[in-house]
Design a protein around this ligand. Sequence first.
Ligand SMILES: O=P(O)(O)O[C@H]1O[C@H](CO)[C@@H](O)[C@H]1O
Ligand SMILES: O=c1cc[nH]c(=O)[nH]1
Length: 232
Amino acid sequence: MTVHIGAKKGDIAETILLPGDPMRAKYVAENFLENVVCYNEVRGMYGYTGMYKGKRVSVQGTGMGMPSIGIYSYELITEYDVKNLIRIGSCGSFQKDVKVRDVILAMSASSNSRYDHHYGVPGNYAPTASFELLLKAKQAADKKGIDTKVGNILSSDVFYNDDRDAWKKWANMGVLAVEMEAAALYMNAARLGANALTILTVSDSLVTFEETTAEEREKTLTDMIEIALELA
Ligand SMILES: O=P(O)(O)O[C@H]1O[C@H](CO)[C@@H](O)[C@H]1O
Ligand SMILES: O=c1cc[nH]c(=O)[nH]1
């Protein structure tokens, strides 16, 4: 057991899917995995281990924001020997050609956070996905006929930005979309010797103000979940 995860050593698979929402973890466990065991209920941050196409895989909520995924990813890697951490999240699009329901593979994660400062690097660290996981995810998506956008995203510390137009500066730099966890996940994985990738489904657009309905979100999350599960 760790401070935030009530599992025993060995209860968690080498590869884990990490949605922000613990109810999404439950949804994945109930709809995609076989022989499922729930290993964590601490703080309602459900964690499950089961089988997908004969391979052992776990799925657990991380909560919202970098401090929260920072805690869970640290404990998963250092205490449970998790090797592959794949975030499956939602995001807001910054680009006209990145539409709601599209799937993004986050090659890198820019940030407005100061999370990187605690590592003490003498400059700015560039949080980057594992190339191996990224390549495997792209190949799995192509094989399934799922179109993906691959590129840089923004991990933001704020959902409700006081400056309503701040996102446009990131958009001008070609950043695809905004979410709130990938940069911290990539940095922890780099520091602790694990592999990480973030896969996102666009839930809303800051460009067109379009949003997905609950039903649409369920359908498109399926694409993202199936890509992530192929990485087990
Ligand atoms: O859908 P999840 O994975 O929670 O991701 C996005 O949704 C939350 C904000 O609504 C933030 O956690 C953001 O990163
Ligand atoms: O962080 C997020 C997630 C979804 N949509 C947004 O606009 N921001």
